[in-house]
Design a protein around this ligand. Sequence first.
Ligand code: R5P
Length: 237
Amino acid sequence: MSAPDLRRAAAARALELVEPGMRLGIGTGSTAAAFIALLGDRVRAGLDVIGVPTSEATRIACEREGIRLATLDELPELDLTIDGADEVDGRLRLIKGGGAALLREKIVAMASRRMVVIADAAKRVETLGAFPLPIEVNAFGLGATWRAVERALAESGCAGKPLTRRLDAAGEPLVTDGGHALLDAHLGAIPDPEGLSARLWAVPGVVEHGLFLGISDTAFLAEASGSEARVTVLSRP
Ligand SMILES: O=C[C@H](O)[C@H](O)[C@H](O)COP(=O)(O)O
């Protein structure tokens, strides 16, 4: 059972939630790409839905599949967002942004009545933080914001942990779809995600961070079971 097979299994389970006429938030990343491909098949078979993409990459993928798209200006309320995650804990708290799309992903998820996560079961963790936490920051005053973020991390019990600037595939500083820089906090473990979230939001220059807390209510997690994929449903307690 390959990783793409597991992603497809989780995506297929989420597709069962999609009903005709729904306004969908459409996530970013390799698992969301599997969902977009399956949704495209359904759309070509006659399913009428409209989607808001969470990144330029997703917009292009959806257009290729013939999925009707809108902006959040046109559709400020969505029924359901389906998206991947980099880590999921037992309370459905997430780290997202491995693909640099966290800002649009959070805006779209918050505009949705429901956000459902699709992921390989390997993304399930006991404690968030092994995956570097992405922090999107305004490029103006980056040095000062960097220092302030380090202080916020230290106050949250994550002292002395390295902060790095995300680079793109060409090795240049990455610029997000929103025109911002991205820092990655290599924390190992986040003892208090809610506290860290509040401290990061208090830093001028921080545009958004990759902690998604209290946003998603369900995760479909796929793992190999013999030659089959088994999808486990994780619900927020
Ligand atoms: O910015 C990207 C997103 O948060 C992705 O949903 C996340 O990184 C998971 O991506 P993948 O499904 O490729 O593991």
